[in-house]
Design a protein around this ligand. Sequence first.
Ligand code: HEM
Length: 411
Amino acid sequence: MTRLFSFLAILTVAAGLALPVGAQSVSPPEGAVETPDSVEPATSGATPTLEDILRRQEGLEVDQADRATLTGRATGPEEAQGPLGTLGGSSDADLWRAFRFDNREMTTQVRGPAADVIMQDRGMWWLEVREGPLITWGGWLLLGTIAVLALFYLLRGRVRIDGRKTGRRILRFTSVERFSHWLLAGSFILLALTGLLTLMGRKFLIPAFGHEAFSIVAIGSKWIHNNIAWAFIIALVMIFVQWVWHNLPDRTDVNWILKGGGLLTKGHPPAKKFNAGQKMIFWSVIVLGGSIAVSGLSLLFPFEISLFAPTFEKLNAIGAPGWVGLDPLPVALSPQAEMQYAQLWHAIVGFVLMAIIIAHIYIGSIGMEGAFDAMGEGHVEEQWAAEHHSIWYEKKRREGEVAPKGATPAE
Ligand code: HEM
Protein backbone atom coordinates (compact mmCIF):
# COMPACT_ATOMS: atom_id res chain seq x y z
CA MET A 1 0.00 0.00 0.00
CA THR A 2 2.80 2.37 1.00
CA ARG A 3 4.59 1.51 -2.24
CA LEU A 4 1.41 2.28 -4.22
CA PHE A 5 1.15 5.75 -2.58
CA SER A 6 4.84 6.46 -3.24
CA PHE A 7 4.38 5.49 -6.89
CA LEU A 8 1.32 7.76 -7.24
CA ALA A 9 3.16 10.66 -5.58
CA ILE A 10 6.14 10.31 -7.95
CA LEU A 11 3.76 10.09 -10.92
CA THR A 12 1.95 13.26 -9.85
CA VAL A 13 5.17 15.27 -9.45
CA ALA A 14 6.53 13.95 -12.75
CA ALA A 15 3.32 14.84 -14.56
CA GLY A 16 3.43 18.32 -13.07
CA LEU A 17 6.98 18.88 -14.26
CA ALA A 18 6.52 17.23 -17.60
CA LEU A 19 3.37 19.07 -18.65
CA PRO A 20 4.91 22.46 -19.44
CA VAL A 21 7.78 20.78 -21.27
CA GLY A 22 5.44 18.71 -23.38
CA ALA A 23 3.22 21.71 -23.94
CA GLN A 24 6.08 23.89 -25.15
CA SER A 25 6.72 21.55 -27.99
CA VAL A 26 3.23 21.80 -29.52
CA SER A 27 2.68 23.64 -32.78
CA PRO A 28 0.06 26.44 -33.30
CA PRO A 29 -3.44 25.17 -33.79
CA GLU A 30 -4.94 25.07 -37.19
CA GLY A 31 -7.23 28.07 -37.53
CA ALA A 32 -5.45 30.27 -34.98
CA VAL A 33 -5.85 33.78 -36.34
CA GLU A 34 -3.74 36.86 -35.93
CA THR A 35 -5.95 39.90 -35.57
CA PRO A 36 -4.94 43.44 -34.71
CA ASP A 37 -6.18 42.86 -31.18
CA SER A 38 -4.64 39.40 -30.75
CA VAL A 39 -1.77 38.92 -28.37
CA GLU A 40 1.76 39.91 -29.37
CA PRO A 41 4.17 37.69 -31.35
CA ALA A 42 6.26 35.13 -29.45
CA THR A 43 9.31 36.21 -27.50
CA SER A 44 9.11 34.29 -24.24
CA GLY A 45 8.08 30.79 -23.16
CA ALA A 46 4.75 29.11 -22.75
CA THR A 47 4.40 29.53 -19.00
CA PRO A 48 4.40 32.93 -17.34
CA THR A 49 7.99 33.71 -16.40
CA LEU A 50 9.29 36.09 -13.78
CA GLU A 51 10.15 38.39 -16.69
CA ASP A 52 6.53 38.24 -17.89
CA ILE A 53 5.26 39.11 -14.44
CA LEU A 54 7.72 41.99 -14.07
CA ARG A 55 6.78 43.31 -17.52
CA ARG A 56 3.12 43.17 -16.61
CA GLN A 57 3.79 45.06 -13.38
CA GLU A 58 5.54 47.75 -15.37
CA GLY A 59 2.55 47.96 -17.69
CA LEU A 60 4.54 46.60 -20.66
CA GLU A 61 3.10 44.16 -23.15
CA VAL A 62 3.69 40.47 -22.52
CA ASP A 63 4.07 37.94 -25.28
CA GLN A 64 1.57 35.16 -24.88
CA ALA A 65 1.60 33.64 -28.34
CA ASP A 66 3.06 30.32 -27.20
CA ARG A 67 0.52 29.99 -24.47
CA ALA A 68 -2.18 30.67 -27.00
CA THR A 69 -1.42 27.33 -28.62
CA LEU A 70 -1.92 25.31 -25.46
CA THR A 71 -5.44 24.16 -26.21
CA GLY A 72 -6.56 20.55 -26.45
CA ARG A 73 -6.88 21.19 -30.16
CA ALA A 74 -3.23 22.10 -30.26
CA THR A 75 -2.15 18.50 -29.86
CA GLY A 76 -4.08 17.52 -32.99
CA PRO A 77 -7.72 16.70 -33.59
CA GLU A 78 -7.30 12.94 -33.10
CA GLU A 79 -5.73 13.36 -29.69
CA ALA A 80 -8.46 15.79 -28.70
CA GLN A 81 -10.98 12.94 -28.81
CA GLY A 82 -9.85 11.21 -25.61
CA PRO A 83 -11.94 11.38 -22.45
CA LEU A 84 -9.67 13.84 -20.62
CA GLY A 85 -12.32 16.12 -19.14
CA THR A 86 -16.01 16.88 -19.20
CA LEU A 87 -15.64 18.07 -22.78
CA GLY A 88 -13.40 15.23 -23.90
CA GLY A 89 -10.19 16.49 -25.39
CA SER A 90 -11.34 20.07 -24.96
CA SER A 91 -11.51 20.58 -21.22
CA ASP A 92 -13.07 23.80 -19.92
CA ALA A 93 -9.65 25.31 -19.39
CA ASP A 94 -8.75 24.55 -22.99
CA LEU A 95 -11.97 26.07 -24.20
CA TRP A 96 -11.50 29.23 -22.17
CA ARG A 97 -7.92 29.51 -23.35
CA ALA A 98 -9.17 29.23 -26.90
CA PHE A 99 -11.62 32.07 -26.22
CA ARG A 100 -8.91 34.09 -24.60
CA PHE A 101 -6.58 33.78 -27.58
CA ASP A 102 -9.14 34.16 -30.37
CA ASN A 103 -9.08 30.56 -31.59
CA ARG A 104 -12.22 30.71 -33.71
CA GLU A 105 -12.02 27.09 -34.81
CA MET A 106 -12.64 25.87 -31.29
CA THR A 107 -15.12 28.39 -30.08
CA THR A 108 -17.59 29.66 -32.62
CA GLN A 109 -19.30 28.83 -35.87
CA VAL A 110 -19.76 32.53 -36.59
CA ARG A 111 -17.54 33.86 -39.33
CA GLY A 112 -16.93 37.45 -40.30
CA PRO A 113 -14.53 40.28 -39.61
CA ALA A 114 -15.86 41.06 -36.13
CA ALA A 115 -15.95 37.37 -35.15
CA ASP A 116 -12.18 37.09 -35.54
CA VAL A 117 -11.73 38.69 -32.14
CA ILE A 118 -13.47 36.68 -29.46
CA MET A 119 -12.07 38.06 -26.23
CA GLN A 120 -10.60 41.50 -26.79
CA ASP A 121 -8.36 42.06 -23.81
CA ARG A 122 -6.93 45.16 -25.47
CA GLY A 123 -10.36 46.73 -25.10
CA MET A 124 -9.85 47.09 -21.35
CA TRP A 125 -8.36 50.59 -21.73
CA TRP A 126 -11.58 51.67 -23.41
CA LEU A 127 -13.71 50.25 -20.61
CA GLU A 128 -11.55 51.98 -18.02
CA VAL A 129 -11.69 55.35 -19.81
CA ARG A 130 -15.46 55.03 -20.31
CA GLU A 131 -16.17 54.11 -16.69
CA GLY A 132 -13.66 56.57 -15.23
CA PRO A 133 -12.37 59.81 -16.78
CA LEU A 134 -15.15 60.10 -19.37
CA ILE A 135 -17.89 60.14 -16.75
CA THR A 136 -15.89 62.25 -14.29
CA TRP A 137 -14.62 64.94 -16.67
CA GLY A 138 -17.79 64.98 -18.73
CA GLY A 139 -19.91 65.37 -15.61
CA TRP A 140 -17.71 68.17 -14.24
CA LEU A 141 -17.74 69.96 -17.60
CA LEU A 142 -21.55 70.16 -17.51
CA LEU A 143 -21.75 71.08 -13.83
CA GLY A 144 -18.92 73.62 -14.29
CA THR A 145 -20.75 75.26 -17.21
CA ILE A 146 -23.93 75.57 -15.15
CA ALA A 147 -21.92 77.02 -12.23
CA VAL A 148 -20.19 79.62 -14.47
CA LEU A 149 -23.55 80.67 -15.96
CA ALA A 150 -25.10 80.96 -12.49
CA LEU A 151 -22.17 83.13 -11.39
CA PHE A 152 -22.47 85.25 -14.54
CA TYR A 153 -26.18 85.70 -13.86
CA LEU A 154 -25.49 86.77 -10.28
CA LEU A 155 -22.78 89.26 -11.31
CA ARG A 156 -24.16 90.64 -14.58
CA GLY A 157 -27.86 89.88 -14.27
CA ARG A 158 -30.21 89.64 -17.22
CA VAL A 159 -29.15 91.46 -20.38
CA ARG A 160 -31.97 93.99 -20.61
CA ILE A 161 -33.32 96.04 -23.50
CA ASP A 162 -31.68 99.41 -22.74
CA GLY A 163 -33.94 101.80 -24.70
CA ARG A 164 -37.71 102.35 -24.63
CA LYS A 165 -39.75 99.57 -26.22
CA THR A 166 -41.74 100.79 -29.23
CA GLY A 167 -44.45 98.09 -29.21
CA ARG A 168 -43.76 97.44 -32.91
CA ARG A 169 -42.54 94.00 -33.95
CA ILE A 170 -40.44 92.46 -36.71
CA LEU A 171 -40.62 88.93 -38.06
CA ARG A 172 -37.36 87.21 -37.04
CA PHE A 173 -37.92 83.54 -37.88
CA THR A 174 -40.54 81.97 -40.16
CA SER A 175 -42.60 78.99 -38.99
CA VAL A 176 -40.35 76.64 -40.99
CA GLU A 177 -37.27 78.05 -39.28
CA ARG A 178 -38.92 77.73 -35.87
CA PHE A 179 -40.06 74.18 -36.60
CA SER A 180 -36.52 73.22 -37.62
CA HIS A 181 -35.05 74.85 -34.51
CA TRP A 182 -37.43 73.15 -32.11
CA LEU A 183 -37.02 69.80 -33.86
CA LEU A 184 -33.27 70.21 -33.43
CA ALA A 185 -33.59 71.44 -29.86
CA GLY A 186 -36.14 68.83 -28.76
CA SER A 187 -34.25 65.93 -30.31
CA PHE A 188 -30.90 67.15 -28.96
CA ILE A 189 -32.22 67.49 -25.43
CA LEU A 190 -33.74 63.99 -25.55
CA LEU A 191 -30.53 62.56 -27.01
CA ALA A 192 -28.43 64.30 -24.37
CA LEU A 193 -30.58 63.06 -21.48
CA THR A 194 -30.85 59.47 -22.72
CA GLY A 195 -27.13 59.47 -23.62
CA LEU A 196 -26.24 60.57 -20.11
CA LEU A 197 -28.54 57.90 -18.62
CA THR A 198 -26.88 55.23 -20.76
CA LEU A 199 -23.38 56.36 -19.85
CA MET A 200 -23.84 57.17 -16.18
CA GLY A 201 -26.79 54.97 -15.18
CA ARG A 202 -24.70 52.01 -14.08
CA LYS A 203 -22.64 54.16 -11.76
CA PHE A 204 -25.37 56.33 -10.27
CA LEU A 205 -28.79 54.76 -10.85
CA ILE A 206 -28.09 51.08 -10.09
CA PRO A 207 -26.73 51.82 -6.58
CA ALA A 208 -29.70 54.13 -5.90
CA PHE A 209 -32.62 52.24 -7.52
CA GLY A 210 -31.38 48.72 -8.23
CA HIS A 211 -30.91 46.68 -11.39
CA GLU A 212 -34.59 46.08 -12.17
CA ALA A 213 -35.50 49.77 -12.25
CA PHE A 214 -32.38 50.70 -14.20
CA SER A 215 -33.08 47.97 -16.74
CA ILE A 216 -36.37 49.66 -17.68
CA VAL A 217 -34.68 53.07 -17.87
CA ALA A 218 -31.80 51.67 -19.94
CA ILE A 219 -34.06 49.90 -22.44
CA GLY A 220 -36.24 53.03 -22.80
CA SER A 221 -33.21 55.31 -23.15
CA LYS A 222 -31.68 53.12 -25.83
CA TRP A 223 -34.93 53.04 -27.79
CA ILE A 224 -35.40 56.82 -27.61
CA HIS A 225 -31.72 57.52 -28.36
CA ASN A 226 -31.55 55.23 -31.41
CA ASN A 227 -34.80 56.49 -32.94
CA ILE A 228 -34.73 60.20 -32.10
CA ALA A 229 -31.25 60.38 -33.67
CA TRP A 230 -32.96 60.51 -37.09
CA ALA A 231 -34.97 63.61 -36.12
CA PHE A 232 -31.75 65.31 -35.02
CA ILE A 233 -30.02 64.50 -38.31
CA ILE A 234 -32.97 65.78 -40.37
CA ALA A 235 -33.20 68.97 -38.28
CA LEU A 236 -29.46 69.51 -38.60
CA VAL A 237 -29.73 69.45 -42.39
CA MET A 238 -32.77 71.78 -42.33
CA ILE A 239 -31.03 74.28 -40.06
CA PHE A 240 -27.87 74.17 -42.17
CA VAL A 241 -29.69 74.80 -45.43
CA GLN A 242 -31.73 77.71 -44.02
CA TRP A 243 -29.07 79.52 -42.00
CA VAL A 244 -25.69 78.81 -43.56
CA TRP A 245 -25.85 81.96 -45.69
CA HIS A 246 -26.41 84.16 -42.63
CA ASN A 247 -23.57 82.47 -40.74
CA LEU A 248 -20.71 83.05 -43.14
CA PRO A 249 -18.02 85.05 -41.30
CA ASP A 250 -17.51 88.70 -42.30
CA ARG A 251 -15.91 91.96 -41.11
CA THR A 252 -18.66 92.80 -38.62
CA ASP A 253 -17.70 89.68 -36.65
CA VAL A 254 -14.17 90.94 -35.99
CA ASN A 255 -15.49 94.13 -34.44
CA TRP A 256 -18.13 92.21 -32.49
CA ILE A 257 -15.50 89.86 -31.02
CA LEU A 258 -13.08 92.72 -30.23
CA LYS A 259 -15.86 94.42 -28.25
CA GLY A 260 -16.67 91.14 -26.43
CA GLY A 261 -20.18 91.13 -27.87
CA GLY A 262 -21.08 94.07 -25.63
CA LEU A 263 -21.74 91.70 -22.77
CA LEU A 264 -19.49 93.51 -20.35
CA THR A 265 -19.86 97.03 -21.81
CA LYS A 266 -22.75 99.39 -22.42
CA GLY A 267 -24.38 99.02 -25.84
CA HIS A 268 -24.00 96.18 -28.32
CA PRO A 269 -21.68 96.13 -31.35
CA PRO A 270 -23.44 96.25 -34.77
CA ALA A 271 -24.53 92.85 -36.10
CA LYS A 272 -26.41 91.40 -39.06
CA LYS A 273 -29.04 88.65 -38.64
CA PHE A 274 -26.61 86.61 -36.50
CA ASN A 275 -23.77 88.09 -34.46
CA ALA A 276 -20.33 86.44 -34.15
CA GLY A 277 -21.33 84.63 -30.94
CA GLN A 278 -24.35 83.12 -32.66
CA LYS A 279 -22.25 82.15 -35.65
CA MET A 280 -19.96 80.26 -33.30
CA ILE A 281 -22.99 78.46 -31.87
CA PHE A 282 -24.24 77.69 -35.37
CA TRP A 283 -20.92 76.23 -36.56
CA SER A 284 -20.44 74.28 -33.32
CA VAL A 285 -23.87 72.74 -33.82
CA ILE A 286 -23.15 71.90 -37.46
CA VAL A 287 -19.58 70.60 -37.07
CA LEU A 288 -19.85 68.93 -33.65
CA GLY A 289 -23.45 67.83 -34.24
CA GLY A 290 -22.42 66.43 -37.64
CA SER A 291 -19.53 64.54 -36.09
CA ILE A 292 -21.77 63.17 -33.34
CA ALA A 293 -24.24 62.07 -36.03
CA VAL A 294 -21.60 60.27 -38.12
CA SER A 295 -20.01 58.50 -35.13
CA GLY A 296 -23.53 57.69 -33.91
CA LEU A 297 -24.36 56.04 -37.23
CA SER A 298 -21.24 53.89 -36.97
CA LEU A 299 -22.44 52.80 -33.50
CA LEU A 300 -25.97 52.20 -34.78
CA PHE A 301 -24.69 49.92 -37.56
CA PRO A 302 -21.93 47.99 -35.78
CA PHE A 303 -18.84 47.06 -37.80
CA GLU A 304 -20.24 48.63 -41.00
CA ILE A 305 -18.54 52.04 -40.95
CA SER A 306 -14.81 52.36 -40.17
CA LEU A 307 -13.98 55.95 -39.33
CA PHE A 308 -10.88 55.88 -37.19
CA ALA A 309 -8.32 53.71 -39.00
CA PRO A 310 -8.50 55.90 -42.18
CA THR A 311 -8.49 59.09 -40.07
CA PHE A 312 -5.50 57.93 -37.99
CA GLU A 313 -3.68 57.00 -41.21
CA LYS A 314 -4.18 60.52 -42.59
CA LEU A 315 -3.13 62.12 -39.30
CA ASN A 316 0.01 59.96 -39.18
CA ALA A 317 0.82 60.87 -42.78
CA ILE A 318 0.97 64.58 -41.93
CA GLY A 319 2.79 63.84 -38.66
CA ALA A 320 -0.02 65.25 -36.51
CA PRO A 321 0.56 63.00 -33.44
CA GLY A 322 4.17 64.27 -33.26
CA TRP A 323 2.95 67.87 -32.90
CA VAL A 324 1.57 67.00 -29.47
CA GLY A 325 4.39 64.60 -28.57
CA LEU A 326 2.47 61.38 -29.29
CA ASP A 327 3.60 58.22 -31.07
CA PRO A 328 1.94 57.49 -34.43
CA LEU A 329 -1.67 56.42 -33.93
CA PRO A 330 -2.65 52.76 -34.45
CA VAL A 331 -3.93 52.08 -37.95
CA ALA A 332 -4.58 48.31 -37.84
CA LEU A 333 -7.76 48.47 -35.78
CA SER A 334 -10.02 45.50 -35.15
CA PRO A 335 -13.74 46.15 -35.76
CA GLN A 336 -14.21 46.20 -31.98
CA ALA A 337 -11.51 48.85 -31.53
CA GLU A 338 -13.19 50.96 -34.24
CA MET A 339 -16.42 50.83 -32.24
CA GLN A 340 -14.63 51.74 -29.03
CA TYR A 341 -13.03 54.81 -30.58
CA ALA A 342 -16.41 55.74 -32.11
CA GLN A 343 -18.10 55.43 -28.70
CA LEU A 344 -15.51 57.62 -26.95
CA TRP A 345 -15.54 60.23 -29.70
CA HIS A 346 -19.36 60.28 -29.76
CA ALA A 347 -19.48 60.84 -26.01
CA ILE A 348 -16.62 63.38 -25.76
CA VAL A 349 -17.92 65.56 -28.61
CA GLY A 350 -21.42 65.11 -27.16
CA PHE A 351 -20.26 66.51 -23.81
CA VAL A 352 -18.59 69.51 -25.48
CA LEU A 353 -21.73 70.30 -27.50
CA MET A 354 -23.95 69.85 -24.42
CA ALA A 355 -21.84 72.42 -22.54
CA ILE A 356 -22.11 74.87 -25.47
CA ILE A 357 -25.85 74.29 -25.74
CA ILE A 358 -26.40 74.85 -22.01
CA ALA A 359 -24.83 78.30 -22.49
CA HIS A 360 -27.01 78.83 -25.59
CA ILE A 361 -30.19 77.88 -23.74
CA TYR A 362 -29.27 80.29 -20.95
CA ILE A 363 -28.75 83.27 -23.27
CA GLY A 364 -31.80 82.37 -25.38
CA SER A 365 -34.10 82.29 -22.32
CA ILE A 366 -33.46 83.84 -18.91
CA GLY A 367 -30.10 85.38 -19.90
CA MET A 368 -31.44 88.00 -22.33
CA GLU A 369 -34.65 89.98 -22.30
CA GLY A 370 -36.62 89.68 -25.55
CA ALA A 371 -34.54 86.86 -27.08
CA PHE A 372 -36.94 83.98 -26.51
CA ASP A 373 -39.75 85.70 -28.44
CA ALA A 374 -37.70 85.29 -31.63
CA MET A 375 -37.98 81.52 -31.42
CA GLY A 376 -41.19 81.34 -29.39
CA GLU A 377 -43.53 83.57 -31.43
CA GLY A 378 -41.24 84.28 -34.36
CA HIS A 379 -41.14 88.06 -33.96
CA VAL A 380 -39.16 90.45 -31.80
CA GLU A 381 -39.59 93.90 -30.28
CA GLU A 382 -38.24 96.64 -32.59
CA GLN A 383 -36.00 98.09 -29.87
CA TRP A 384 -34.45 94.64 -29.18
CA ALA A 385 -33.67 94.27 -32.89
CA ALA A 386 -32.19 97.77 -33.08
CA GLU A 387 -29.91 97.10 -30.11
CA HIS A 388 -28.76 93.52 -30.80
CA HIS A 389 -28.84 93.27 -34.60
CA SER A 390 -28.60 96.89 -35.77
CA ILE A 391 -27.50 96.17 -39.37
CA TRP A 392 -30.25 93.55 -39.84
CA TYR A 393 -32.79 95.89 -38.22
CA GLU A 394 -31.88 98.82 -40.52
CA LYS A 395 -32.34 96.59 -43.55
CA LYS A 396 -35.75 95.37 -42.32
CA ARG A 397 -36.82 98.96 -41.57
CA ARG A 398 -35.81 100.13 -45.05
CA GLU A 399 -37.75 97.22 -46.55
CA GLY A 400 -40.81 98.29 -44.53
CA GLU A 401 -40.97 95.08 -42.52
CA VAL A 402 -41.57 96.66 -39.13
CA ALA A 403 -45.22 95.92 -38.34
CA PRO A 404 -47.39 98.82 -37.07
CA LYS A 405 -48.02 98.99 -33.33
CA GLY A 406 -50.29 96.15 -32.14
CA ALA A 407 -50.08 94.25 -35.46
CA THR A 408 -48.49 90.83 -35.87
CA PRO A 409 -45.78 90.77 -38.59
CA ALA A 410 -46.82 88.65 -41.57
CA GLU A 411 -44.55 85.79 -42.71
C1 HEM B 1 -34.86 75.07 -24.58
C2 HEM B 1 -33.84 75.18 -25.35
C3 HEM B 1 -33.53 76.28 -26.32
C4 HEM B 1 -33.90 77.59 -26.32
C5 HEM B 1 -34.74 78.31 -25.30
C6 HEM B 1 -33.35 78.19 -27.50
C7 HEM B 1 -33.53 79.50 -27.88
C8 HEM B 1 -33.07 80.05 -29.05
C9 HEM B 1 -33.34 81.38 -29.50
C10 HEM B 1 -34.20 82.39 -28.77
C11 HEM B 1 -32.70 81.56 -30.67
C12 HEM B 1 -32.73 82.81 -31.56
C13 HEM B 1 -31.79 83.86 -31.13
C14 HEM B 1 -31.96 85.10 -31.97
O1 HEM B 1 -33.07 85.48 -32.27
O2 HEM B 1 -30.98 85.71 -32.33
C15 HEM B 1 -32.01 80.34 -30.98
C16 HEM B 1 -31.21 80.14 -32.06
C17 HEM B 1 -30.50 79.00 -32.31
N1 HEM B 1 -30.59 77.81 -31.61
FE1 HEM B 1 -31.62 77.51 -29.91
N2 HEM B 1 -32.64 77.24 -28.17
C18 HEM B 1 -32.72 76.06 -27.48
C19 HEM B 1 -32.13 74.87 -27.79
C20 HEM B 1 -31.29 74.68 -28.87
C21 HEM B 1 -30.59 73.47 -29.15
C22 HEM B 1 -30.66 72.22 -28.28
C23 HEM B 1 -29.86 73.67 -30.27
C24 HEM B 1 -28.94 72.75 -31.01
C25 HEM B 1 -28.63 71.55 -30.68
C26 HEM B 1 -30.10 75.03 -30.69
C27 HEM B 1 -29.51 75.62 -31.78
C28 HEM B 1 -29.73 76.92 -32.17
C29 HEM B 1 -29.02 77.55 -33.26
C30 HEM B 1 -27.97 76.88 -34.15
C31 HEM B 1 -29.50 78.86 -33.34
C32 HEM B 1 -29.03 79.95 -34.30
C33 HEM B 1 -27.80 80.61 -33.76
C34 HEM B 1 -28.04 81.34 -32.48
O3 HEM B 1 -28.99 82.13 -32.40
O4 HEM B 1 -27.28 81.12 -31.55
N3 HEM B 1 -30.98 75.60 -29.81
N4 HEM B 1 -32.26 79.42 -29.97
